[in-house]
Design a protein around this ligand. Structure first.
Ligand code: SF4
Length: 72
C-alpha cells in the first residue's frame, strides 16, 4: 500500500494524525498534512484506510498494491 496527500485540499482538521500518527503529521507552520512515510506497512493498513475515509476534504489517496488508486 502507498499513500499520498494533496496539501491543496487539506483543511488541517488533524483527523489523519489522530487515526494514523505514524504515517501522518501536520506542518508546524500551517497545520497542513505531511507524510511521515509514503509506503505503508501492513500493520498500518487499517489505520490508513480509516484516515482516508474520515478525511473531511478527500485529501488522502490510498493505493493498494496491485490495484488502481482510490480516494477517500
Ligand atoms: S484528515 Fe484530511 S483535511 Fe485533515 S489534516 Fe489530514 S489530510 Fe488534512
Amino acid at each position: 500500500m502507498q499513500v499520498s496527500v494533496d496539501r491543496d485540499r487539506c483543511c488541517s482538521s488533524g483527523m489523519c494524525v489522530m487515526n494514523a500518527p505514524a504515517v501522518f503529521d501536520q506542518d508546524d507552520r500551517d497545520s497542513l498534512v505531511m507524510l511521515r512515510q509514503a509506503v505503508v506497512q501492513p500493520e498500518q493498513f487499517e489505520d490508513v484506510r480509516l484516515a482516508a475515509e474520515l478525511c473531511p476534504s478527500g485529501a488522502i489517496t490510498v493505493t493498494e498494491d496491485g490495484a488502481a488508486g482510490t480516494g477517500a
